[in-house]
Design a protein. Structure first.
Length: 369
């Protein structure tokens, strides 16, 4: 009987479709009667673990290394162009972007090799944006007249279209992160042009929070389309959660910590303790949300940003021997170990305490793993 890895490989090679794979799994989980006809079918099916596909073999890493070296070599070749190269400084990045698009046709569209495709997407985006930036500098900033606010909006819009075209062509799950990021940058540039920098700055934290929540909603849309995590949409949701978490964490910490930092008469030790407790509380909150939606990616991403926030607090207040910081680090370590070793049990216990909202039915089922 074919195992999970072989079935996934069959989907990648086009032998069967993702819909056919889902039907096969549904048939395998049935006992001769229709799974959909049983009222507890959703709870009896086992959702796949959150496992984004990076490698199939060591050869993927080998090919990815070659792609990365090619990108570095092309980028280094730009330094050989005179700074007054004019059109050359604009054309060369676009030529490099075209090279990586062709690599995508070979390695992503035809061979479906995931890890090199991620590197291809990164370099394509980098070279395409670099070409746009050089064009902006050559045709606008070089002019005596100052470019209008909508010139940057047009630049960001072109970048969004380029990244969107890459995602639409290759359907690479990782590319949805780049596409979502380009949309967020375009929206931010548009708001900056319409509202103005002075009017937007006081509300900047709410703008970034709104953008992060929109990305989170998009990630949840992909997740609810594939609660059993057998299709490509599951990987797309993974990357969007990875993008949404640090944006939301940054916005919430910015909003929460700013009032504590501002008062000049507050004791540094008190400020540091309050900030550390806020970071801990936010991490606990993200842990609960991650358990509900069954997404470790969100937790890992928020943890990275929380660690950066703790590093900032240590640097700013020159903390040495602070008991609150030590206890916070110990609690975070305990939470991570508890979640890592008892994820399914904690998720079952949490769902036993939650009300039975209909929205939970579109999430991965609580399993007995």
């Amino acid at each position: 009987m074919l195992n999970e890895t072989q079935l996934s490989e069959a989907v990648k090679k086009g032998i069967i479709s993702e819909a056919q794979l889902a039907d096969l799994k549904q048939l395998a989980n049935s006992d001769g009667s229709s799974v959909a006809s049983r009222p507890d079918a959703h709870s009896q099916q086992l959702a796949e673990d959150e496992a984004p596909r990076f490698f199939r073999s060591f050869n993927d890493l080998f090919i990815g290394l070659g792609v990365a070296i090619l990108g570095y070599a092309l980028n280094y070749s730009f330094s050989l162009t005179p700074s007054s190269g004019g059109m050359m400084t604009v054309a060369m990045p676009f030529v490099a972007a075209a090279v990586f698009w062709l690599l995508g046709e070979w390695l992503t569209a035809r061979r479906r090799i995931n890890f090199p495709s991620i590197i291809i997407a990164l370099f394509f985006t980098y070279f395409f944006v670099l070409g746009l930036g050089n064009g902006y500098e050559t045709f606008f900033l070089g002019d005596s007249s100052k470019p209008g606010p909508y010139a940057m909006v047009a630049l960001c819009g072109l970048g969004m279209l380029g990244v969107g075209a890459f995602f639409a062509r290759f359907k690479l799950p990782f590319a949805v992160l780049l596409f979502a990021g380009s949309i967020a940058i375009f929206v931010f540039a548009l708001l900056l042009a319409v509202v103005g920098k002075d009017a937007l700055t006081p509300h900047l934290r709410w703008v970034t929070l709104s953008i992060g929540l929109c990305v989170f909603v998009a990630a949840m849309w992909f997740d609810t389309k594939d609660p059993m995590r057998t299709k490509r949409t599951s990987d797309q949701g993974f990357w969007l959660h990875l993008l949404a978490a640090p944006i939301i964490t940054h916005s919430v910490l910015w909003t929460s910590l700013q009032p504590i930092i501002s008062p000049a008469d507050a004791a540094p030790e008190t400020q540091a303790n309050l900030m550390v407790m806020i970071v801990l509380g936010l991490f606990v909150l993200f842990s609960i949300v991650a358990l509900i939606i069954d997404r470790r990616a969100m937790l890992i991403s928020s943890l990275g940003y929380a660690a950066a926030a703790l590093g900032y607090i240590i640097y700013k207040f020159e903390i040495e021997g602070n008991l609150a910081l030590v206890l916070t680090l110990l609690l975070i370590a305990a939470i991570i170990l508890s979640l890592g070793t008892g994820w399914y049990g904690l998720r079952r216990a949490l769902f036993a305490m939650l009300p039975s909202f209909s929205i939970f039915k579109n999430l991965p089922p609580v399993t007995a793993k």
